[in-house]
Ligand binder design. Structure first.
Ligand code: ADP
Ligand code: GN1
Ligand code: MG
Length: 366
């Protein structure tokens, strides 16, 4: 572990440091949980080393998250909620900066740990998954009047699937930096066979059928904190990719992760399938909060978006595998390939169940 004490000192947390450990299971940033003993009560903070390989403009990123969280605090208050528990609370450095930049260029930021909360890496019940759908739907609803033009696009073309196909996947194949391309020909063919899917939502944006909204764009189940006591989904976290996007991206990505019968990196792809009860539960939760503002084109593409976001994520894992694992954190050399195979197995299962998925959406009242 790097010299974390030197980093913690930059934020002047109250009390005496009792523990600091690596925390959580995100694939991008390095997260620490720091615990402090104070006279009145003990306090915990999340300190994150932001991944500067992924996020190139940390000043703008931190402007975004400070602006979004302060906006959310007001909306939550207006809606009778508890802002200190329902949105992230960032802490400035002792000299008033939004993050600390170390001598070697590493960037760190801090925020309060949401007390008595937990994140889930897998879905435990349809009811819990539905609650996460409500939380992400509410998040989008609360940000519906946020001035989108003030947000910097922290990762341009993040969910522009055809852009990712043409500008990341194909060049990765061409360069084959890891020399691994021959070990994954079946997966490469799987992606190429679905090229036409990649432009569908982008075309609908371009012809004015789908509206850009302020969206989260990384709606994995473990990006919501749940109350330990009630299991309510209380706080949407991991706000680095909040930027103009499609409601469909948020819906689809949640389904990709949470409605899979397996973990995102299950090796036995014969076990991978979409759980339609979970799909229905999430859709009910999400639409109950955000659905009233959706147009018909958004509703009509919800089921497809689940497939597209799963496909896109699989293509990103495969691209990273071929590039030599430079983007996502991996636990072993084949990890990105295993993840990609799992996503593609899920895409195949969704393709065979697309009619049922469409009909579930049609029958939801919101
Ligand atoms: P990454 O971008 O790497 O996914 P996250 O911001 O999602 O990073 O943080 C990683 C994990 O740390 C989360 O999944 C969650 O378990 C935990 N975490 C992050 N922020 C908080 C917080 N404010 N309170 C409690 N736990 C948190
Ligand atoms: C990353 O940061 P985390 O672990 O919540 C990634 C998502 C992927 C996801 C796949 C900024 O999410 O886009 O869908 O991994 N985040 C970024 O698990 O690239
Ligand atoms: Mg995360």
């Amino acid at each position: 572990m790097e010299n974390i004490n030197h980093i913690l000192e930059q934020f002047k947390f109250k009390g005496t440091l009792t523990d600091c450990e690596i925390f959580g299971s995100g694939h991008i940033n390095t997260t620490y949980l720091a615990s402090y003993e104070c006279e009145d009560m003990n306090r915990q903070y999340i300190v994150q080393k932001v991944n500067t390989n992924v996020f190139k403009d940390i000043d703008s990123l931190m402007e975004n998250v400070f602006a979004v969280t302060s906006y959310l605090r007001n909306v939550i208050k207006e809606n009778g909620g508890n802002p200190s528990r329902e949105t992230l609370h960032f802490i400035k450095t002792a000299d008033g900066k939004k993050y600390f930049k170390d001598d070697d260029g590493s960037c760190y930021r801090a925020y309060r740990f949401v007390d008595r909360s937990i994140s889930h890496d897998s879905v435990e019940s349809a009811e819990v998954f539905k609650k996460s759908g409500e939380a992400f739907g509410r998040f989008q609803k609360y940000l519906s009047d946020f001035p989108a033009q003030t947000l910097t696009e922290t990762i341009p073309n993040f969910h522009n699937t055809i852009w990712r196909y043409e500008n990341e996947f194909l060049p990765a194949l061409e360069k084959n930096l890891s020399g691994r391309a021959d070990t994954c020909q079946a997966e490469i063919d799987f992606v190429k066979a679905r090229k036409d899917d990649c432009s569908r939502l982008v075309n609908l944006i371009n012809d004015g059928s789908l509206p850009l909204r302020v969206t989260h764009n990384d709606t994995k189940l473990n990006n919501v904190m749940f109350d330990i006591d009630t299991d309510d989904a209380i706080c949407v976290i991991d706000l680095d990719t909040v930027m103009p996007g499609l409601a469909l991206y948020d819906f689809g990505d949640s389904i990709r992760f949470g409605a899979n019968t397996c973990a995102e990196d299950e090796k036995d792809t014969s076990k991978v399938a979409i759980d339609l009860d979970y799909f229905k539960a999430y859709a009910e939760g999400f639409l109950s909060q955000a659905g009233k503002s959706f147009n018909q084109c958004e509703i009509d593409n919800l089921a497809f978006s689940a497939k597209l976001m799963t496909f896109e994520c699989g293509m990103r894992f495969l691209t990273d595998y071929i590039n030599g694992d430079t983007y996502f954190k991996t636990a072993y050399p084949e990890h990105n390939l295993v993840r990609a195979r799992c996503q593609f197995a899920l895409v195949s299962d969704m393709e065979s169940k697309m009619d049922e998925m469409e009909s579930i959406i049609k029958n939801i009242k919101y």
